[in-house]
Write a protein that binds this ligand. Sequence first.
Ligand code: AHR
Length: 654
Amino acid sequence: MKKVFLIIAAVFQLTLSAQQPQAISIIANKPVCDIQPTMWGVFFEDINFAADGGIYAELVKNRSFEFTLPMMGWEQVRQNGDGRVVPTFYSPANSNNPHYVRVHVNAENGAFGLSNSGFRGMGIKDGNLYKFSVNAKMSEGSDLKMKVEILDSAGSLIGTTQPITFTTSWKKYQASIQASSTDAKAKLRILFSGKGAADIDMVSLFPADTWKGRPGGMRKDIVQMIADLKPGFVRFPGGCIVEGRTLENRYQWKTTVGPVEERKLIINRWNMEMRNRQAPDYFQSFGLGFFEYFQLAEDMGAEPLPILNCGMSCQFNAGEVVPLADLQPYIQDALDLIEFANGATTSVWGKVRASMGHPEPFNLKYIGVGNEQWEEQYIERYILFEKALMAKHPEIKIVSGSGPSASGAYFDYAWGELRKLNPSLIDEHYYMAPEWFLKNAERYDNYDRKGIRIFAGEYAAHGREGSAPESRNSWLSALTEAAFMTGLERNADVVNMASYAPLLAHVDAWQWRPDLIWFDNLKTIGTPNYYVQKMFSTHRGTQVIPALSAGKPLTGTDSLYASAVIDKSDSKIYIKIVNASGSAKSVLLNLEGASFSKTGEIETLKAKGLYEFNSVSNPENIIPVSKPLSVPGKKLTVSLDPSSVNVITIPLRK
Ligand code: AHR
């Protein structure tokens, strides 16, 4: 009898506590620590066709015929005419752009030419203007005219130029094409009529309407999506792409600056990395190079964070290592990069920056040495970089790596050694299951408050996936990341930078998922994970304030996770609460330490199910919704939807 009573009492107690709202004290006048403006940023790597075929708005694939197979992406076209195409080397040699093609034409009553398929097609928009250009010359004795056309995916003409005639010396020809229809998989066609031979190189088609209207610039919709995050920093260019599968294939920033036609194309390491997602046509033209990365960061008010190769190729691949005695050129690259970004216009590299249109310095403050390297080989090289950087540029903060995982032997070794050195930040990476993110929301609670700061440089919850590319960006992954991010925010004294990874993916050309933003040739969409990032980054605040339940951080009790910040510049507090349970919850907010406005706002992100996702065809399945929130007094009960991420904004009164 006694036992039955005890069970009933326990059930009653449970029911009671389930019904009782979780009390959270928000103490506005007890700031815990500052939040760095760099807290929430983005990590850009050219993976998933993020650069060529993505943010870099060039529509022609293999425009300079430098792919391993020089005619990849191109097809011959015959219209009552004939001809042949011969890939040819410049003489004298042009080492950065060795090839052009010679088009022999026999088409006095028709046409012969080439078509380019673009990056899984070309995205063309009705009414928009497209800028065509080509470097070309005609052989002596030739009589040729060229016409350029845009065709839709059915092969119908949707834009054309006037006939273009050539001279016998190399010259850049330009023309505009107005599109009369929209198509995500259009093609470019170049037709020659007459008789003779034409040499062509750098065949290019760009939308006129690029980000900030820059000729040869970036895709506006994708950049806007990133800019909307108001990122505090941009980490670039990788990632594993920095390392290369071999050292020869590593990212070398010096080959990515200067005139576009002089930038040396290389194979993209993601071309053949993924056995089931091979992309033989994936190369790096470097139309998006280091200048453009710096400019992009500047456009968005973000700190640039370049990551440099430290004399090691990817240890998951060839694992090549530059002998310590030969490391100087790699270190010099780092020193020269600082000069490129910040140096006077009279310096060698500052002059290059100025010649590209940016005499003012980019104000570089951070530099990353290596990506996911491990063991002694990394530390030995890191030490030499650190010594040289600190000697010449003590003003630059060095970001070191801690290997490819968030725990284990490599991680512990790296931390043990780096503690004896002077990096300003250590980069930690975690691609883990959603449950890991819930369990690790307290990860940084016990980190040394006076130790090296953390850059959570690459993270994403990896869970269940379906056949749709975007399906791995499930609501569950976003929800659990949000719970984890309350822990990052609460520990902003330790965690100074954080970025989801990877940033971008083309739905028809991806190698890695999940990713923050998906796009096709016309559209760009945010994943639920994107909206989580945005909710945190656009409510960053300037200082962390306590969000305590029974005197402790609320981090998992009753499946609730909370953090709070104050924004001194706009006099508001932002409270983030994640309800990771499948049932609705109430919380009782005890607002202390300030006078609060009577009206606030609650922004909620939720989904119909844990495996729901946003797709290019259904981009708004999961998007944040804001509602006014009445704040009658210092005690405020807020209902939280099941499995929801919530940001409560309450203005302060003077
Ligand atoms: O983000 C994709 C890859 O994951 C990065 O290139 C690398 O740093 C990590 O292993």
